[in-house]
Design a binder for this molecule. Structure first.
Ligand SMILES: Cc1cc2nc3c(=O)[nH]c(=O)nc-3n(C[C@H](O)[C@H](O)[C@H](O)COP(=O)(O)OP(=O)(O)OC[C@H]3O[C@@H](n4cnc5c(N)ncnc54)[C@H](O)[C@@H]3O)c2cc1C
Length: 339
């Protein structure tokens, strides 16, 4: 039996720890409950927010609609020769899935260790870290279409994955609820240690032939040393995307700032490090009111305690303005703004 609660505080449901509330709140543990919920015209017509771990959201205002918290659990796998297909419920904790795969020696997700949030949200922004993106291991997902009350499978091509993008953030925004995700992993490890400080940390540990468990542990170690733990200091990870600009635009920036941190991007574009741009504007470690940027990573905005969503949002606008004024580059927010 579905339990719709009223006037529920969302403070413990978003990693920023912003104290807003939801007019209505329901938790979904089985996909049949979605069918039941949206068969009722009242909920079809009410504004909705699909919530996983709340680790990629900034709640600016109270939500005057229905929050649907996904809690569908379960992890299953099937092995075919060297291929492993792992399917997980949308409400599974992402890092529990990673730990399951690492423990079974199913290779592919180890570089994505310790990313907060749920399995169901992972395709929404095509999560990525340390040289691997979700799309590299994604097979398909099953999703519920709210308007029709039907389920549909999405292949990798259907999802139109891009850098922190998918069809679920674009033309199908807020139309589908992901109930499970299937991953294509391998029994044969293809270790990727090229990105960030992984190789250095492996060397520090005297590991020359790393296993996927080694990579997972090293990635987790680096992340803990760099990023604030949301359970002690509210944040949603990288607040902005790394901007991708054309080669011509890059030439202009580089002429003025020869040491600008950059990486090649798709279609001849150039990706700039948003954290570096923000740092150059003097924001790293700055506190403004109850908010600020993290001392070790300017790309991460934090709630020092008692910040409102509006305060964090206004602060992020100040950063966007100053990066634009200095570099002529417009930062886009990666975090979903809920208002
Ligand atoms: C400390 C920290 C570090 C982070 N590091 C990274 C990183 O390295 N790489 C990275 O990519 N991200 C990172 N993030 C961001 C975040 O972890 C990911 O975006 C994650 O996938 C969000 O999952 P969630 O369940 O918390 O989603 P939520 O914040 O609950 O939701 C995010 C969006 O997805 C929608 N959504 C959620 N679940 C579903 C569903 N089942 N069906 C349909 N829509 C849904 C929501 O409506 C919302 O629009 C980090 C966050 C933190 C706090």
């Amino acid at each position: 039996m579905l339990q719709i609660q009223e006037n529920v505080s969302l403070k413990n449901f978003n990693t920023f720890g912003i104290d807003t509330s939801a007019r209505y709140f329901v938790e979904i543990a089985h996909e049949t409950e979605l069918t039941e919920l949206f068969a009722d015209p009242q909920w079809q017509q009410t504004e909705r927010l699909i919530l996983g771990g709340g680790s990629n959201m900034l709640m600016v205002d109270d939500f005057d609609g229905l929050v649907v918290r996904m809690n569908i659990r379960g992890i299953e796998h099937r092995i075919s020769h060297d291929d492993v297909y792992v399917e997980a419920g949308g409400g599974e904790v992402w890092n529990d899935l990673v730990n399951y795969c690492v423990a079974h020696e199913y290779a592919g997700v180890e570089n994505l260790s310790l990313i907060p949030g749920s399995v169901g949200a992972s395709p929404i922004q095509n999560i990525g870290a340390y040289g691997v993106e979700l799309k590299d291991v994604f097979h398909s997902c099953r999703a519920f279409e709210i308007a029709t009350g039907t389920f549909r499978n999405f292949s990798k091509e259907d999802c139109k994955f891009g850098y922190r993008e998918s069809i679920f953030k674009a033309e199908l925004k807020e139309q589908y609820i992901i109930v499970s995700v299937k991953f294509h992993l391998s029994l044969v490890a293809s270790i990727n240690t090229r990105y960030g400080a992984i190789e250095q940390e492996l060397q520090n540990r005297g590991i020359s032939n790393p296993t996927i468990k080694d990579v997972s542990q090293v990635v987790a170690h680096i992340r803990v040393s760099k990023l604030p733990d949301p359970s002690t200091i509210g944040n949603a990870g990288s607040f902005f995307k790394n901007p991708v600009i054309s080669a011509e635009e890059f030439a202009v920036v580089q002429a003025k700032f020869p040491d600008v941190v950059n990486y090649p991007a798709a279609d001849g574009g150039v990706k700039l490090a948003a954290g570096w741009l923000i740092e150059q504007c003097g924001w790293k470690g700055k506190t403004v009111g109850h908010t600020g940027t993290w001392k070790n990573q300017a790309l991460v905005l934090v709630n020092h305690g008692g910040a409102t969503g509006q305060e964090v949002y206004n602060f992020s606008s100040q950063i966007i303005d100053s990066v634009y004024t200095k570099f002529g580059v417009t930062l886009q927010r990666e975090v979903n703004i809920i208002s």
